[in-house]
Design a protein around this ligand. Structure first.
Ligand code: ATP
Ligand code: MG
Length: 367
């Protein structure tokens, strides 16, 4: 997949930008706070309709302006697409593919696949489960439109149920809806668990070999998907998982009412990483967890390739400068094909690695 060009209006610090990209390596350099991450964020937004660092779309719109546009020409599956997002401070965002309005973000899944890698991702293993769930969600949503839709639905239900539990003591009639919400969350949750289990299975097939190579043949990495305790076989069909989720909800009903929190469901899932049989989160050194995080991201890129027959667009935001020369060389050695965007503060001469183009960004303009 290739992003041929992008056009931005009022997106973050870009008033207006038109840029054509190389199908190989695109190095984007500039001083701090000039718009490097914003540009990568715009590309990633067109692939997932979400941003890795903005909670709300309105954060992407330039200060003092009430709308923003992002448009890109993309080549994928031997076809050309024009993807467009129109963001508005007051109204709903609108997504288009070749001028046709998309009904949901799920319809965007698979048109443009991206793997974004930023310095925070180096803490993927050490941080709480939320970041690992985000990692899984981001990957699976791009590969499986049904997953993206189920995830959006689950989030809506989760927020609604949380409000019911929070306000139910003052207004007990709200609790009448609890059974209905539990059932819908279990139905949607079963879909999430099923897809997550299958994706983790793929990760287990691909990641250990990358990690072994990365650690010079020394470290053995293992991955385990951790989900709701009552689920005996997370890879099973969602209809088989459903009663097991309902059972878990039932067991936690009283605790949920007392704590006023949703305690049961795949919003607590985790991806457990072990190195040489020990929990990486607890026992691995900083260097080991970094290597494991890099292995996971590179594995994700390879799974995308195996699933779609095309390399996803790789977005490396500031990550190379965070790595020692050995890790840098390893990462660069594995990305000899597919389109890559690399941001850095100085022109690191990376453009020489492979055929590509270098861009200098200053105050939201190409110089
Ligand atoms: P660094 O090297 O420090 O990572 P960067 O070039 O990646 O810098 P960006 O994160 O792209 O910097 O941000 C560029 C500028 O955009 C920052 O000054 C930021 O405050 C500004 N910015 C962020 N959101 C908006 C917005 N909604 N409207 C206008 N400017 C914004
Ligand atoms: Mg940045």
């Amino acid at each position: 997949m290739i992003v041929r060009s992008i056009s931005l209006d009022f997106f973050r610090n870009y008033l207006h930008l038109e840029a054509g990209f190389h199908p190989g390596v695109n190095v984007i350099y500039g001083e701090n706070a000039q718009g490097k991450t914003n540009l990568l964020e715009a590309v990633a937004y067109l692939s997932t309709a979400s941003s890795h660092r903005a909670r709300y779309d309105r954060e992407l719109i330039q200060f003092g302006v009430d709308h923003a546009f992002v448009q890109a020409q993309v080549s994928a599956r031997q076809r050309d697409f024009t993807l467009e997002a129109r963001l508005s401070r007051g109204g709903r965002r609108q997504l288009f593919s070749n001028g046709v309005r998309l009904k949901s973000a799920g319809e965007l899944a698979g048109v443009l696949n991206t793997v974004l890698f930023c310095p925070e991702d180096l803490y993927l293993i050490r941080e709480g489960a939320l970041v690992r769930r985000r990692f899984l969600d981001g990957c699976i949503s791009q590969l499986r439109p049904r997953y993206a839709e189920a995830l959006a639905e689950y989030r809506r239900l989760y927020e609604h149920k949380t409000r019911i539990l929070r306000d139910g003591t003052e207004k007990p009639s709200l609790l009448d809806a609890l059974d209905e919400f539990n059932l819908r969350m279990a139905q949607t949750g079963a879909v999430l668990i099923h897809y997550r289990a299958h994706f983790v299975k793929r990760l287990r097939e691909v990641t250990p070999a990358i990690h072994l190579d990365f650690s010079g043949g020394r470290e053995r990495l293992e991955l385990h998907y951790e989900t709701v305790k009552t689920v005996t076989d997370p890879e099973a069909a969602p209809r088989e998982i459903l009663p097991q989720l309902l059972e878990h909800q039932e067991r936690h009903r009283q605790a949920e009412l007392e704590s006023r929190q949703c305690l049961s469901g795949p919003h607590k899932d985790d991806l457990d990483v072990e190195i040489d049989g020990k929990s990486a989160k607890t026992f691995a050194s900083q260097g080991q967890t970094r290597t494991a995080a890099l292995s996971l991201k590179l594995a994700c890129r390879e799974i995308f390739f195996q699933e779609t027959g095309e390399w996803p667009v790789l977005l490396l935001d500031d990550v190379l400068s965070e790595l020692d020369p050995r890790r840098q060389a390893f990462v660069l050695g594995r990305i000899t094909s597919g389109q890559v965007f690399i941001t850095c503060c100085e022109d690191m001469g990376l453009g020489r690695l492979r055929e590509g183009k270098t861009f200098h960004i200053h105050a939201g303009t190409l110089v």
